[in-house]
Design a protein around this ligand. Structure first.
Ligand code: PHE
Length: 447
């Protein structure tokens, strides 16, 4: 006799929220956000970012939640079911993004694991740049990437309750604690004030710079895990009646607060040690070279701070990595009838192999991030708006009303999903076409 498998689900509301925050909070918050803020006109970037989170991020996040809970299925099944067969390519683009992002994300997550372990053992040595060179590519990078992927696969294979929910319930509170500790500690450093000032000084000339708009929008999508069905997949494991718009706002606020707080750690450290020039040179360098280089001058306290910082980063990366793999696994389980275990191992191995070129060459890593982690997410977000706003508004509205009873609020949401968000997304996609084309050329080896 074969038992009909009951689809796994979250045990608690907190479990769902922490898992969604865990997906959102990741490498994106910790280095992309603060680096872009300093590049993109300080508070001006933060302002534009907040604008995109509110006008595009929250409406799209709510839409993803609505589709997920409404269909109780992976986007690979849900999207064609709602939109018709013509939407199949979009559904599989989401799965492709899961493969694509996790392949290089796992590499960077591997660096954070290696850093955390070596910092705790006091084995990083004095020359942070040389250390980064040693561990960030080639054999050591692949070894660390494999370690992270094995962990990710093991967690996803255990299922929603005992894998994803348990991991997030444990790691996310620890992450918050470490972050608060680091923010307080960083405030005590001399010159913390100039760090805050550079981070937050608004440069209003940048307000009209289309490149900064593109960066702020891309960052809003990447940071909130939008445009590729990750949040849709998580919401498909919801059984309860919560107010999805409120959950979306809570998650967006928490994610932003954490990205912002990471900057409150990074910038005081940079100014305390006078590392401003190095930061301007590379995004990756800011976090993986300058920070440990500065902190190593503080002796024991510095070792503790470095360890805490990279442990936090590793937790953030791992909880995002599992949401990326979950998109692929849920698709294989729901659309192709695979077992969860088989899907986790099969997809995980393929993703690890795909990531090897990124582990060997940071240029490819950056190019993959531009194409998949920036551009395709915006494309995905655009189509989510079209699907929800034009194909299933009555259904989506009914689903949303299970928690959000205020009809005016639902009408406002519908306006954003139909007009504001897709229009802004079109503009931003247009402005990032050039950079994306360049990155595609890098990926296929043309330049
Ligand atoms: N939001 C994650 C971060 O900020 C990355 C991510 C993107 C995770 C898309 C899932 C889906 O690091």
């Amino acid at each position: 006799m074969t038992a009909v498998a009951v689809r796994d689900s979250w045990a608690t509301r907190a479990g769902f929220i922490l898992a969604a925050v865990g997906s959102a909070v990741g490498l994106g918050n910790m280095w992309r956000f603060s680096y872009l803020a300093s590049e993109g006109g300080g508070a001006t970037f933060v302002l534009l970012y907040l604008l995109f989170v509110a006008t595009v991020g929250v409406p799209v996040l709510t839409s993803e939640f609505v589709i997920g809970r409404l269909t109780q299925a992976s986007p690979a099944v849900a999207v064609p079911r709602l939109g018709g067969a013509a939407w199949k390519p979009i559904a599989w683009m989401f799965v492709f993004c899961g493969f694509g992002i996790l392949s290089y994300y796992g590499v960077i997550a591997g660096w954070t694991l290696r850093y955390a372990v070596d910092a705790a053992r006091g084995a990083m040595g004095d020359d942070a740049a040389a250390y980064f060179g040693r561990v960030s590519s080639g054999g050591p990078a692949i070894a660390a990437q494999v370690a992270v992927m094995v962990l990710t696969i093991a967690i996803v294979a255990r299922g929603v309750k005992s894998g994803l929910e348990r991991t997030n319930l444990l790691l996310m509170p620890l992450l918050f604690l470490i972050l608060v500790g680091l923010v307080v500690w960083a405030a005590t450093l001399s010159d913390a004030g100039s760090g805050y000032a550079t981070y937050l000084r608004p440069d209003l000339r940048e307000l009209m710079n289309p490149r900064i708009w593109g960066l702020a929008a891309g960052q809003a999508f990447f940071s909130l895990s939008l445009g590729m069905g990750a949040m849709m997949t998580y919401a498909s494991y919801l059984r309860s009646q919560e107010n999805l718009a409120r959950e979306a706002a809570t998650i967006a606020l928490t994610d932003t607060a954490i990205g912002f707080s990471a900057g409150l750690v990074i910038f005081p450290v940079i100014f305390h040690f006078g590392l401003q020039d190095q930061i301007a040179e590379s995004t990756v360098g800011a976090l993986f070279i300058s920070l440990p280089a500065g902190l190593s001058q503080l002796g024991r306290v510095g070792d503790v701070a470095t360890t805490a910082f990279f442990v936090m980063l590793f937790f953030a990366a791992l909880t995002s990595a599992i949401s990326l793999l979950e998109v692929v696994v849920a698709a294989l389980v729901d659309a192709a009838g695979w077992s969860r275990r088989g899907a986790a191992v099969g997809a995980g191995v393929v993703i690890t192999v795909l990531g090897a070129p990124a582990a060997l060459d940071t240029n490819r890593l950056g190019a993959a991030d531009q194409v998949v982690g920036n551009f395709l997410l915006l494309v995905g977000g655009f189509f989510i708006c079209i699907l929800v706003g034009y194909r299933l508004l009555p259904q989506a509205d009914a689903e949303l009303s299970r928690g959000l009873t205020h009809a005016g609020a639902r009408r406002a949401w519908a306006m954003f999903v139909r007009y504001v968000a897709p229009a802004l997304l079109l503009v931003v996609m247009y402005t990032s076409l050039g950079a994306t084309w360049q990155a595609v050329r890098t990926l296929i080896g043309l330049g």
